[in-house]
Design a protein. Sequence first.
Length: 262
Amino acid sequence: PARPGAKRLPQAIVVGVKKGGTRAVLEFIRVHPDVRALGTEPHFFDRNYDRGLEWYRSLMPRTLDSQITVEKTPSYFVTKEAPRRIFNMSRDTKLIVVVRNPVTRAISDYTQTLSKKPDIPTFEALSFRNRSLGLVDTSWNAIRIGMYAVHLESWLQYFPLSQIHFVSGEKLITDPAGEMGKVQDFLGIKRVITDKHFYFNKTKGFPCLKKSESSGLPRCLGKSKGRTHVQIDPEVIEQLRDFYRPYNIKFYETVGQDFRWE
């Protein structure tokens, strides 16, 4: 049966970051009866903006007045035009950013690309312009995305920090109910999603839902999630940690939250 209600522009958007845990946040939050989420990434504010807001609205699920519409497209966070475009849609949009240690994020990103293009250069070769000088290649997307403090500046030109909620990708794994509790508070909805909703899947190494939105069956994230990361030389990791440190510290100071990546 067709769901009642109207299609509305999203009041909340998961804007980033790639390989941070955005899919998990979306799957977890859509269990909430007051949330309806778009399952696919519409890429409206980065790739499809010329199709117009009505096209964007047409993709959305139907909602009741009491429900919040949510979409996620992790590439928005690093898209120069996205903050202004979202602001122009609605200055009240709530933004969710799922962040994780930038070094592990980069390795995860590389691992994903490698699974699609086995012929790409090594992680090390792509990470440095000059490894002996320790010159990191900030033009490589996998490195650039993790410079959170830099990207955040563009968002803060349009949105106050109070409208941006940062989820720890690490805590999402160790304490999903706690992290999702904060997300529900941020969205202004009742804390319905609690410990009772999760169980830890040892094989995958992260939490799964005891029952999903659509069926009463347990639901883990898909096969592409929880890939075994490529082994990286510890020295390379050390150099990247040094590179990210000042950005991380600036990010902690800006958002008033220590993610403990050091």
